[in-house]
Write a protein that binds this ligand. Structure first.
Ligand SMILES: [Zn+2]
Length: 294
């Protein structure tokens, strides 16, 4: 199978299923590219909306989102190391916990979100301008450029993450602006151990797992410099805990046992946490790139 990014012939890594949501028994083939180290799903299902059920997005109250947004503070603090004000665009905000906090911290926030209910909530309840679209490259055309563009756990869902990132950088990011990316880490300890059953593979919703070095190699020629890299931020530690709990609960059928394992996964994770804190082994990475000023 040809790598969709660098066209190198790639071998089958494994055949997975939708272990997280069990929406079908369809097999999903993932390949590993020896050239650029991308992990990719092929073929991509024709209708991906089948794999995003109505329960994919929660239906919270404003109070609940405000409570959730407090847990997003670490994200804001990472960004504030480099930029403390200006226009911030978030792609794929879901119900807007991060967007709301960014707004409260003084950023001028706008979002692009594909889900209609989320957009309604963002606009009407959180008073955040929201463009409804599943195509960020098109959605940002004609918008005033931004100081910060953030994609939290989004690039792995995109049909063409490279084209999207390139367009966002070239058409919507100001010189000196920041691109903030967080995504599941294919170099993580969990992926090495859990392989096709790694919950953050999330077949078939995650179309790609992009290694950190793959993104650096792609973004550097676009005049983007890496200024922050971590796999041990608060988000990654949360995803480590979630990953172990979900891995265990996916292995059992009994609903009570499932719930218990979902909740106690964190305890199990403690045994691994000292290893996951080592260089680049956490289950998710956060990267901040800065666009060249000119
Ligand atoms: Zn490749």
């Amino acid at each position: 199978m040809e790598c969709p990014y660098c066209r190198t012939n790639s071998s089958l890594l494994f055949i997975a299923q939708d272990y997280n949501r069990k929406l079908s028994n369809t097999p999903f083939s993932y390949y590993s590219c020896p050239g650029c180290h991308l992990i990719f799903l092929s073929p991509i299902p024709k209708d991906l909306s089948l794999y995003y059920p109505s329960t994919y997005y929660q239906n919270p109250s404003i109070e609940e989102i405000e409570k959730c947004s407090k847990h997003e503070l670490f994200k804001i603090r990472m960004i504030q190391k480099f930029c403390t004000k200006g226009r911030l665009l978030e792609i794929g905000p879901s119900m807007g916990a991060f967007a709301l906090l960014a707004k409260k911290e003084g950023f001028e926030v706008e979002v692009v979100e594909m889900d209609g209910n989320c957009c309604k909530f963002l606009r009407e309840d959180l008073k955040i301008p929201a463009i409804q679209s599943n195509n960020a490259s098109q959605a940002i055309q004609g918008q005033k450029p931004y100081d910060i563009i953030a994609l939290w756990q989004v690039i792995e869902h995109l049909i063409d993450p490279w084209e999207t990132l390139k367009t966002l950088i070239e058409d919507a990011l100001l010189p000196g602006g920041l691109l903030v990316l967080a995504s599941p880490n294919p170099d993580s300890l969990q992926f090495k151990l859990c392989k096709k059953r790694w919950p953050h593979l999330d077949a078939p919703r995650h179309l790609f797992l992009l290694p950190i070095n793959h993104l650096i190699a792609f973004l550097t020629p676009l005049k983007m410099t890496l200024v922050l890299k971590t796999t041990t931020d608060k988000g990654a530690i949360g995803w480590n805990r979630f990953g172990w709990g979900k891995y265990l609960s996916n292995c059992v059928q009994n609903p009570l046992l499932k719930k218990l394992l979902d909740r106690t996964g964190g305890l199990f994770a403690r045994g691994f946490s000292f290893m996951e804190k080592r260089k680049d082994l956490g289950s998710s990475y956060t990267l901040i790139f800065k666009k060249e000023s000119y």
